[in-house]
Design a protein around this ligand. Structure first.
Ligand code: NAD
Length: 292
C-alpha cells in the first residue's frame, strides 16, 4: 500500500492564477487594456450556468474583463452563428467560448467551426487541435492542458511511463492521449486510449503507471483496477444525492476515491483536482490571446 499525495488543483491553480494576474497587469500597462473574455450561454441548463458563472468570476479575480452573453433556449442556429461572427470581429475581445452542450436544435460542430481559431480559447477548433497534434503554437483544450499543468506543478515523472486514458471524447480523452504521448514534459508516455468498446478494461488499467479517468461514470474505477503506486487523475464530475448535505448533493468523480487513493502515489481528487485547473487553462489561453 502506497502513501498517496494529492494533486491539488486548487493550490496549483491559485499559484498559476497569481502569475496570470501579473501577466494581465503587464499587458494592461503596455497596451492600455487588459485581457477580455466573453462567454456565450444558450438556454437554461443549470449546470452550464454554474460553469459559465465560475469562469466569469475567475476572470474578475485575475483582473480580466469578462462579458457574459446569455441567449434564450429558442435562439436559432443562424442567430448563434451570426453572434459568433460578430464576436470574431470584435476588436475589444481577445477570446470567447460558447458553453456546451447547446440545445439540440443547434449543431455544436458548426458553431465550433465558425469561431475564429485566433479567439478559440477553448481550443476546440480543428485548426487548434491540428496545431496541438503537430506541436505548433495554438490554444490547447482547457481540461487536458490543465491536467498537464497539474502534473508539471507536482513534478510527476511521465517519460517512459504507461499512461492509460479512459474515454475518447474530443474535449478530454482524445487530446489527453495526444498530449501524454508527445515528445515533451509532461509527456513521452506510452499511451493506451480506452473507450466504450475496449475489452477487459481492468487488465489494461492495472498496467497503468498513470491512469486518467474521463469516461463520465460515477465511481467506476475501483481499487482492483489500479496498480500499486499509480498516479490517478480523476476527470469526472457527478452530483450524487446526499440528504446529509445542506445542498442535498455531493460531488464525486469517475474514481472511487476512498478505496483507490491508498493504492496511489498521487491522486487528483474530486472536487479540487482537475476542475479548478480547467478554468485556469482557459484564463491562460485568454492571456496568450491578448499577448499575441
Ligand atoms: P463523454 O461522455 O463525451 O465521453 C466519455 C467517453 O468515455 C467516451 O469516449 C466513451 O467511449 C468512454 N466510455 C464510456 N463508458 C465507458 C466504459 N464503460 N469503459 C470505457 N470507456 C467508456 O464525456 P467527456 O465530455 O469526455 O467527460 C467525461 C467526464 O469528465 C464527465 O464526467 C464530465 O462531466 C467530466 N468533465 C470534467 C471537466 C472538468 O473540468 N473537471 C471537464 C470536462 C469534462
Amino acid at each position: 500500500m502506497a502513501t498517496y499525495q494529492l494533486l491539488d488543483g486548487k493550490r496549483c491553480g491559485d499559484a498559476l492564477r497569481a502569475e496570470i494576474a501579473k501577466g494581465a497587469l503587464e499587458v494592461r500597462s503596455g497596451r492600455g487594456r487588459g485581457p477580455h473574455l466573453a462567454a456565450v450561454l444558450v438556454g437554461n441548463d443549470g449546470a452550464s450556468r454554474t460553469y459559465v458563472e465560475a469562469k466569469v468570476k475567475a476572470c474578475e479575480e485575475v483582473g480580466f474583463r469578462s462579458s457574459l452573453i446569455t441567449l434564450p433556449e429558442t435562439t436559432t442556429e443562424d442567430d448563434l452563428l451570426h453572434r459568433v461572427k460578430q464576436l470574431n470581429k470584435d476588436k475589444e475581445l481577445d477570446g470567447f467560448i460558447v458553453q456546451l452542450p447547446l440545445p439540440e436544435h443547434i449543431d455544436a460542430d458548426k458553431v465550433t467551426l465558425a469561431i475564429t481559431p485566433d479567439k478559440d480559447v477553448d481550443g476546440f477548433h480543428p485548426e487548434n487541435i491540428g496545431r496541438m497534434v503537430l506541436g505548433l503554437p495554438g490554444f490547447l483544450p482547457a481540461t487536458p492542458s490543465g491536467i498537464v499543468e497539474l502534473l508539471r506543478h507536482y513534478h510527476v515523472e511521465t517519460a517512459g511511463k504507461h499512461c492509460v486514458v479512459i474515454g475518447r471524447s474530443h474535449i478530454v480523452g482524445t487530446p489527453m492521449s495526444i498530449l501524454m504521448s508527445r515528445n515533451a514534459y509532461p509527456g513521452n508516455c506510452t499511451v493506451t486510449l480506452a473507450h466504450s468498446r475496449t475489452k477487459d478494461l481492468p487488465t489494461l488499467t492495472r498496467q497503468a503507471d498513470i491512469l486518467i479517468a474521463a469516461l463520465g461514470k460515477p465511481e467506476f474505477v475501483t481499487a482492483d483496477m489500479v496498480k500499486d503506486g499509480a498516479v490517478v487523475v480523476d476527470v469526472g464530475i457527478h452530483r450524487i444525492a446526499d440528504a446529509a448535505r445542506k445542498s442535498g448533493f455531493r460531488l464525486v468523480g469517475d474514481v472511487k476515491f476512498d478505496e483507490v487513493a491508498p493504492k496511489c502515489s498521487w491522486i487528483a481528487p474530486v472536487p479540487g483536482g482537475v476542475g479548478p485547473m480547467t478554468i485556469t487553462s482557459l484564463l491562460l489561453n485568454t492571456l496568450k490571446a491578448c499577448q499575441r
